[in-house]
Design a protein around this ligand. Structure first.
Ligand SMILES: Cc1cc2nc3c(=O)[nH]c(=O)nc-3n(C[C@H](O)[C@H](O)[C@H](O)COP(=O)(O)OP(=O)(O)OC[C@H]3O[C@@H](n4cnc5c(N)ncnc54)[C@H](O)[C@@H]3O)c2cc1C
Length: 406
């Protein structure tokens, strides 16, 4: 028998029957396969092929792709629920879906019809993989500082540059590479580079703290020839295509972080409900209840904000990007705190590799860094809010006239 979940299903209310069926299917996968196998997967940082193929077979990878190419073009309202479910048990599984957005969105949004027909149906079925090459050794948070250059040739471009921290580099068939025009540095371009392109080399996987199952590596492009047909979008659209991919991936990061925070609370609550100390269960101590209260309140508040972001995305609201920054900032920072507190509540057991919170703790950190560090999102939000403040309605409590004359 299935017990009711610790966190209610209120966020499923706005989904269609078909969408709810997808959530139910993902829950079953998590319950029977992805959850029980998560610890084993997290023992070494090799690409999680079994999970990837399973998620492709079950149509979860396909939620990122248009229907005409075999996908389900799922609303973000559904995708945040699916990614949250995956994040609740297995960061690698969740990141296989957010990573699909990151690595393929520019193809969906900017590839020629012929390239789309060639690639997307196979990406959707998990037969092909793409990777997203934006970050460079000298340009991470400050992506406008990219040094990779596209030199024009009669039939396309030659690309030279270096990329760092690229997820799926060791397994991807195609790479979305973002750089700037050599003769016009303010113009950003994006193009598809096949794995076997002459002059293109992929470094060894880099060891990392967490997110095992989705390795990263560096790329070097030395005068790599790319035909015009492989360009994504028009010249000058490379930066916008990258931002479009990052927007979806940020929403995914927030959902994954919330899922992990939910999972951490479930685990901690189970422990303090069972463990006795000082004459009662730990969960009967007010200090422990207050910790749980803070955790669940912050999680539900962040879920509500993320639901708003998903609605804004699905509607195409112009300010979705700022709200996605807010959701990503809030969800990923709170996930780190919730996982730390949950581990604290499980005492010595929480610190053991055998116990899932050790893995949750290591995985939580990356969500605060990848797809824009928390500090960068604060800058984006603060800057946007100051811009809005310039033209916003004046608060009625203020009298007329310049404020400096108060
Ligand atoms: C596991 C993993 C997977 C990744 N996958 C990919 C991928 O597939 N493709 C890809 O292109 N990239 C990928 N990245 C790169 C990732 O997006 C960058 O690491 C991230 O954007 C931060 O850039 P950086 O590491 O160069 O940090 P830096 O730019 O060096 O910043 C370091 C820190 O400085 C602070 N900081 C930076 N700017 C500001 C500011 N303006 N104000 C205040 N504080 C600031 C922040 O705390 C930040 O964390 C991945 C990274 C990791 C670790």
């Amino acid at each position: 028998m299935n017990h009711p979940r610790l966190f209610g299903d209120h966020h499923l209310q706005g989904l269609s029957d078909e969408e709810r069926a997808m959530v139910a299917r993902v829950r079953e996968l998590c319950r029977h396969t992805l959850g029980p196998k998560a610890a084993e997967l997290a023992r070494q940082d090799a690409f999680a092929w079994d999970h990837f193929r399973l998620l492709a077979r079950e149509g979860v990878v396909g939620t990122a792709f248009p229907r005409r190419f075999g996908g389900s073009d799922a609303r973000q309202r559904l995708r945040i629920r699916v990614i949250e479910e995956l994040g609740r048990v297995c960061s690698a599984s969740a990141s296989l879906i957010t990573g699909t957005d990151l690595s393929t969105r520019a193809i969906v949004a900017g590839a020629s019809e012929a390239m789309q027909e060639q690639l997307i149906p196979r990406l959707c079925r998990g037969e092909l993989q793409a990777a997203f090459g934006l970050t460079e050794p000298e340009a991470g948070s400050d992506v406008r500082g990219l040094k990779t250059v596209f030199r024009r040739t009669p039939d396309g471009y030659r690309i030279t540059g270096r990329k760092k921290f690229i997820t799926r580099a060791s397994t991807a068939d195609w790479f979305v590479i973002v750089g700037r025009a050599e003769d016009q540095p303010s113009s950003f371009l994006a193009a598809l580079v096949p794995r076997d392109a002459p002059g293109f080399s992929i470094g060894p996987d880099a060891g990392k703290l967490g997110w095992y199952g989705v390795p990263i590596a560096s790329l070097t492009l030395s005068d790599v020839a790319v035909p015009l047909s492989h360009r994504l979008g028009a010249e000058g659209e490379g930066f916008d295509l990258a931002q479009d991919a990052l927007l979806r991936a940020r929403i995914g990061h927030a959902a994954m972080a919330l899922g992990r925070a939910i999972g951490a609370v479930e685990i901690a609550a189970a422990y303090v409900g069972e463990r006795s100390g000082f004459g009662k269960t730990l969960g009967e101590h007010q200090g422990v209840q207050w910790m749980l209260a803070d955790m669940v309140t912050s999680i539900e508040a962040a879920r509500a904000l993320l639901a708003l972001v998903a609605e804004k995305y699905d509607r195409g609201d112009a300010d979705v990007s700022t709200y996605a920054s807010m959701a990503k900032l809030q969800a990923t920072d709170l996930c780190m705190k919730v996982v730390t507190d949950a581990l604290q509540l499980t005492g010595g057991r929480g610190y053991l590799q055998d116990f899932p919170l050790e893995r949750f703790f290591r995985d939580a950190k990356l969500n605060q860094i990848g797809e824009g560090a928390s500090e960068v999102h604060k800058t984006v939000i603060g800057r946007d809010w100051m811009r809005r403040a310039q033209s916003a309605e004046r608060n009625p409590c203020l009298r007329e006239g310049p404020l400096v004359d108060y």
